[in-house]
Ligand binder design. Structure first.
Ligand SMILES: Nc1ncnc2c1ncn2[C@@H]1O[C@H](COP(=O)(O)OP(=O)(O)OP(=O)(O)O)[C@@H](O)[C@H]1O
Ligand SMILES: [Mg+2]
Length: 255
């Protein structure tokens, strides 16, 4: 087995529906196919990641762990791919934890004892910049930003980059933007192509060359409770996420 590199990556963008959850699941599943040990953390009260992997009504969740009720308890989805699930209860966490001393570091402390068991820990962030996302970014070394190739995709990105910068200054010096990647790409749409060109021009060198194409299999897989590789390994979705995983591993080995 390759060395445990212990990289903790948040998949974040406060814009809703840009592909954070789909990407967390399928980057995780892709990396596990490459022989890496992976932990996914569902940090969104919508619990889409948990449900998309067929985990409903879990007893021990990230919420209970954040509240200090029990240790974080990863559930094995397939060998090499574990998940700490979430439920709607997590929606109370932002308020309930807001008065705690060191409230930004709660997740970081929870993950610490698990780090040695995984090569990559991926955190699916909620579509907000509240305390949960701040906890995710404080616990991470890297953040991956999915962007949809649509009009106004860049709107709001400045705010996310500002928060990342502040977290780097005040809470987590290690934090880096690992890169931006395009999701739900349709090369037949001129608008998609134009938006991608403007994103690439603005963020030179930070945009992954793999684009995740619009592919219905990616939307269907969660209805069966599986990742894209188990749902349809020959789909564009599987092909694209595997290519993205290879780029992620290559970039992280160059650091
Ligand atoms: N490449 C793709 N092709 C087709 N459908 C996709 C693709 N990526 C995501 N989707 C679909 O788009 C919707 C939004 O994706 P997803 O839930 O991953 O976004 P999100 O950023 O996690 O959303 P939220 O902000 O609500 O957490 C889902 O229904 C998902 O199945
Ligand atoms: Mg999501």
């Amino acid at each position: 087995m390759s060395k445990l590199s212990n990289t903790i990556i948040s998949i974040g963008n406060h814009k809703g529906g840009v592909g954070k959850t789909t990407s967390t699941i399928n980057i995780g599943a892709g990396l596990s196919r490459m022989g890496k040990r992976i932990l996914l953390i569902d940090l969104d009260p919508q619990a889409n990641l948990s449900q998309s992997l067929g985990i409903t009504d879990p007893e021990r969740t990230i919420y209970g762990a954040l509240k200090g009720e029990h240790p974080p308890e990863p559930i094995e989805v397939i060998p090499g791919l574990d998940v700490i699930p979430s439920t709607l209860e997590l929606s109370g966490a932002e308020v309930e934890l807001s008065g705690e001393a060191g409230r930004e570091y709660i997740l970081k402390e929870l993950i610490e004892p698990l780090r040695g068991s995984y090569q990559y820990i991926l955190i699916d962030c909620p579509p907000s910049l509240g305390l949960l996302t701040i906890n995710a970014l404080t616990a991470s070394q890297e953040v991956l930003i999915p962007l949809q190739a649509q009009y106004l995709a860049l709107r709001g990105l400045g705010k996310l980059l500002d928060i990342i910068q502040k977290i780097r200054q005040r809470l987590n010096k290690e934090l880096k933007v690992a890169g931006i990647f395009i999701t739900q790409y349709d090369s037949r749409k001129i608008l998609n192509r134009d938006v991608v060109s403007s994103i690439e021009a603005r963020f030179k060198g930070e945009v992954f060359s793999t684009r995740i194409r619009d592919n219905v299999a990616l939307a269907e897989a969660p209805t069966q409770g599986v990742d894209i590789f188990r749902y349809n390994p020959k789909s564009y979705g599987a092909e694209d996420y595997l290519a993205l995983c290879k780029e992620i591993v290559k970039r992280s080995s160059h650091k």
